[in-house]
Design a protein around this ligand. Sequence first.
Ligand code: FAD
Length: 183
Amino acid sequence: MARDGTETQPTSAPVAEGASASAATEPPKQYPKGVILGKDGKPCRPCNTFASFTAQSKSTLKAAATQGPPKDCPPDVEQLGRSTWTLLHSIAATYPPRPTPKEQSDIKDFMRLFSKLYPCWVCAEDFQSYVEKKEVKAGSREEFGNWLCEAHNEVNRKLGKPTFDCSKWEERWRTGWKDGSCD
Ligand SMILES: Cc1cc2nc3c(=O)[nH]c(=O)nc-3n(C[C@H](O)[C@H](O)[C@H](O)COP(=O)(O)OP(=O)(O)OC[C@H]3O[C@@H](n4cnc5c(N)ncnc54)[C@H](O)[C@@H]3O)c2cc1C
């Protein structure tokens, strides 16, 4: 699901189990339309952009939209996403060129569990479907790096972002660019 909330989302939190009588009679809290809620009925921070669920004045809204949450606050969907892709592509970059059968099954297990545990539940649901459709390829570093690059491109497409040229994934994530700008 895209972060712009194009799917219908509940806009009010359910009353929590075990809430006090007075709390139970209060109307459910309203959140901005399109905000994705977590299992607790509150806005799911890692599922939304910071700007989309915080009460922002016009002047701070622009900053929030471009900068995301302050450094020492829980991550929003974009900050979490960038950090996670960095971790995943870095794992691909250090994956062996010729992995043993155990290393291959480990990375497949890791990706399967990762797709279940990813904190943005709407992202996780789509990613699980992708992993079911396009089985993880882990026969070599090149194979896994390319599989991951394609998986990332699938998310890029869903979000309307430009796709990445997968012939360059190793330069981006392992060796640095050929022009020496990372050295
Ligand atoms: C598994 C997963 C599922 C996600 N699902 C959603 C979702 O459903 N909705 C949502 O709003 N967000 C989702 N995200 C977050 C989203 O993918 C982005 O991380 C976030 O929008 C920030 O994007 P960004 O433009 O900063 O760059 P990112 O997409 O985070 O990419 C970081 C860097 O990776 C490089 N890169 C880009 N594409 C590729 C590629 N194909 N291969 C290798 N390197 C590449 C670029 O240098 C880029 O700057 C998901 C993240 C993950 C990890």
